[in-house]
Design a protein around this ligand. Structure first.
Ligand code: UT7
Length: 332
């Protein structure tokens, strides 16, 4: 019997309708379109405005889109992994609610939290379950309502983040397509530089934490930027070397969309032509767990069966990594 690999067999996505442009941000904080565009590559981001909707809403929409596009019956799904830094609530698991809402009545699920690397780690988890032979259909959703944890008076963070969701289906493959290799890393040094300080067990919510704005994302952007550039470039180069891939062999770079300059640094270390580097940061900003599946959904038409995709991410924690995946289908 041939070896079982874990292939992505379908993708789906959802972004909310409301567009928050750089021009509107100019009226909210001391910033300007020229600075944001040149320093980050971002032009606009999507925001889920409805006060009564959380990350689950985005995740359900993305998963429903995936099911519809692929003709998958929800009851066939074995497992739902929700990669997110913004679960609906600390307890209960948002993945469980999402699974039930999409009709995945035979599935179990859980949330996976590794900041901006949540989806990449989720791909690794899903693939391991598939390769073990234990499950046949695993849905990984990357979804974040970043607007729920952003201080819209802090220009250091509010210009970067946006809301969105994407989903992929992993299934067993016997032709060798799917996940080929991964290098995943983390380093607790990052905890000081990118965090939400309060609301967890270390500093539970109180009037004081609310007054001190400690429930919003804090980021030391310059420090995170330096770590992101060197680690994402290093790890992407390493996974190419380990798999004897030249820049000609790599068809597409699917990089976390945090800052266009970080993506450029990574692709330049990989020596990739610009047309192989997929970018949609100008439309969505940094959607945290959703950046990678949103790229897959936006550029699905470009991928051919057998294409070599390199995924790369870097996020809070710090968490980072790279995955080498062979694309498994031509879009009909
Ligand atoms: O996704 C998870 C991981 N996160 C990341 O990878 C994000 C990594 N960091 C970044 O992308 C960048 O550090 C930022 C986009 C957040 C900031 O860009 P930067 O080039 O590192 O800017 P900076 O913080 O070094 O600030 C440069 C200047 C400062 O002014 P002075 O001191 O040089 O006069 C800032 O006060 O730009 C100023 N500045 C702004 N100006 C206009 C900072 N934010 C803004 C702003 N608009 N929004």
């Amino acid at each position: 019997m041939s070896k079982i690999t874990a292939a992505i067999t379908a993708v789906g996505a959802y972004v909310p309708d409301f567009v928050l442009s750089n021009q509107v941000l100019e009226t909210m904080v001391d910033t300007n379109d020229e600075w944001i565009t040149s320093r980050t590559g971002i032009k606009e981001r999507r925001i889920l405005k409805d006060k009564d909707k959380g990350t689950s809403y985005l995740a359900i929409k993305a998963a429903e889109n995936l099911l519809e596009k692929s003709g998958t019956k929800p009851e066939e799904i074995d497992m739902v992994i929700l990669a997110t830094a913004t679960p609906d609530m600390p307890v209960a698991s948002t993945a469980v609610y999402v699974a039930t809402q999409i009709g995945a009545v035979n599935a179990f699920g859980y949330d996976l939290q590794a900041a901006c690397s949540s989806f990449l780690y989720g791909m690794s988890t899903a693939a391991a379950y598939i390769q073990s032979g234990r499950y046949k259909k695993v849905v990984v959703i990357g979804a974040d309502k970043m607007s729920s944890i952003i201080d819209y008076t802090d220009r250091a963070t509010c210009i970067i983040f946006g809301d969105g969701a994407g989903a992929v289906l992993f299934e067993p493959n016997e032709e060798g397509f799917g996940l080929q290799d991964e290098i995943l890393r983390s380093d607790g040094i990052g905890r000081e530089f990118l965090k939400i300080e309060a609301g967890g067990s270390l500093l539970p919510a109180s009037h004081e934490t609310v007054d001190n704005k400690q429930h919003y994302v804090f980021q030391d952007g310059k420090t995170v930027f330096k770590y992101a550039v060197s680690n994402m470039a290093d790890i992407s180069e390493k996974i190419m070397q380990r798999n004897n891939l030249t820049s000609d062999d790599v068809n597409w770079l699917i990089s976390h969309q945090a800052n266009k300059r970080i993506i450029d640094a990574t692709s330049s270390r990989m020596n990739l032509d610009e047309n192989k580097v997929l970018v949609n940061i100008e439309k969505y900003g940094n959607t945290t767990s959703a950046t990678l599946p949103l790229l897959l959904n936006d550029f699905e038409n470009l991928f051919k069966k057998g294409d070599n995709l390199i995924f790369a991410s870097f996020g809070g924690g710090f968490t980072w990594g790279s995955i080498y995946l062979k694309w498994a289908y031509d879009k009909k």
